[in-house]
Design a protein around this ligand. Sequence first.
Ligand SMILES: C[S@@+](CC[C@H](N)C(=O)[O-])C[C@H]1O[C@@H](n2cnc3c(N)ncnc32)[C@H](O)[C@@H]1O
Length: 251
Amino acid sequence: MGYKSLKSASTNGFQPLALRRRFLSAACFVVFAPAWAQESLYQRRPASADGIGKFYMGREISHVMGWQGASWLEREEREREERTDLLLPILALQPGMVVADVGAGSGYFARRIAAAVGTGGIVYAVDVQPEMVRMLEAQAQRPGLGHLKPVLGSTIDVKLAPASLDLALMVDVYHELEFPYEVLASIVRALKPGGRVAFVEYRAEDPNVPIKALHKMSEAQVRREAARHALEWERTANGLPWQHVILFRKK
Ligand SMILES: C[S@@+](CC[C@H](N)C(=O)[O-])C[C@H]1O[C@@H](n2cnc3c(N)ncnc32)[C@H](O)[C@@H]1O
């Protein structure tokens, strides 16, 4: 609200000195407000072993999994442990869909989504680590994977065109976003009206899931954070051994 009223003041024509001063301080506010506003979303406290010491809505953000962990993402037993074969049917992929795999890593899911949407569809495989993007580029060269498009995102923006996506998927990613509010806002912008976003996170509610606490998220926490955006909860699928799939639709 404050931002709007200051902006409209700047559209006045001739202004007396006092008004000009107000205009100048308004201009400073416009320049500096984003950084200031951004900081107020987050808190800094001493970091735990797996976290970065930055907190969002009561949880500590975890370290990003480095590109050196790509072989863990591609491990042979992953399908058996996580039943990754059951995840794709939950997403209801259709030929021709445009999907973003945000935090695509080594491309484990991007390749499988590319097969499901077919060459009439597109899979944007977004990551912030240039090493991961190079791995994705190598995969996009493989026969039949020309519609897998690697994208180097930034820590605050997935860098995808507005209203271009049917679905955005984040598997084991959201809890480690350094700027979760900003990245989710950029995803929502990139969704078509009615487009969906799927959070796949290790279940914090289940002590038997053998993953470090900061790399898990509860359904309630994901829903609280998503509620800050133009998203409505669609459903939560609990049929996977370790993860829940929490699906939202753009309002
Ligand atoms: C644990 S890996 C998961 C990879 C993949 N989703 C999978 O399940 O095989 C998390 C990935 O998210 C990426 N990541 C972290 N922050 C990101 C951001 N702001 N935008 C895009 N990717 C990000 C990391 O670089 C890493 O490759």
